[in-house]
Design a protein around this ligand. Structure first.
Ligand code: DC
Length: 227
């Protein structure tokens, strides 16, 4: 069974997808981390993702690179992200990755390469998969599709808190809000697989809900699908 959880940055997707996976005993796949890992590799190779001339080299990275997830002993969910065996867990969450990941994820051939890997991983086990296009493109026949939203202000507040916890420098809510709005606009307007809700997805606005309330709702939806 595939549970597709899509939505914009800061909608609570990661936290909710992880807790849902733990509660149901499903695998968890963070597809945004895959786009971020390609972004880090591209930057390390000296490529500018916003330069159209760099597109082909970035596509080659996406087609050849092996992205994998690592587990810490005793943890149910993956805690590390590797690209070609190198740990990029911290790098993929930096403002630099935030800045360039939209340009990388707007490249159609990058999306095709990563979607292929995501379908393969999803076919192996019951999986909660989070991203932007899981219910629309990667798994259009997912048994359950949830689209999470929250107000931009609430999303900026959550991301600022997360950055404090992770030790990421950028913790100014106003700056984060501007970055979130920029990324929303970019992700929603790109030609290939824009951020959009599948017609058969269930919309959950998390602005006023606690994490547990959202996970409870998803668990109820899963039970309804199973019976
Ligand atoms: O969920 P996130 O913030 O880690 O995602 C990082 C970026 O990757 C985001 O700008 C949108 C893009 N992305 C995408 O285009 N498709 C996905 N399935 C997942 C993420």
């Amino acid at each position: 069974m595939i549970i597709a959880i899509d939505g914009p940055a800061g909608s609570g997707k990661s936290t909710i997808a992880k807790l849902t996976a733990v509660r149901l005993g499903f695998a968890y796949l963070d597809t945004g981390a895959m786009y971020r890992a390609i972004t880090i590799r591209a930057l390390e190779d000296g490529l500018d993702p916003e330069d159209t001339q760099a597109a082909w080299a970035i596509v080659e990275i996406a087609q050849a690179a092996l992205i994998s997830f690592g587990y810490t002993e005793g943890e149910a969910l993956p805690t590390q992200v590797f690209i070609d065996g190198r740990d990029v867990t911290f790098e993929i969450r930096t403002p630099l990755a935030d800045r360039y990941v939209s340009a990388v994820s707007a490249l159609p051939a990058v999306r095709a390469a990563l979607s292929k890997q995501q379908r393969r991983l999803g076919a192996e086990r019951d999986t909660v998969m989070e991203g932007r296009d899981i219910g629309t493109v990667v798994f259009p026949h997912a048994e359950l599709k949830v689209f999470l939203t929250a107000s931009p202000q609430e999303r900026a507040r959550r991301r600022a808190q997360q950055n404090v916890k992770r030790g990421v420098d950028q913790t100014d809510e106003a700056v984060i809000l501007a970055e979130i709005m920029r990324r929303d606009a970019y992700d929603s307007s790109r030609e290939v697989a824009p951020l959009a809700m599948a017609s058969d997805a269930i919309l959950l606005d998390t602005t006023e809900l606690t994490i547990d309330e959202v996970v409870d709702r998803i668990a109820v939806l899963v039970n309804e699908k199973r019976t």
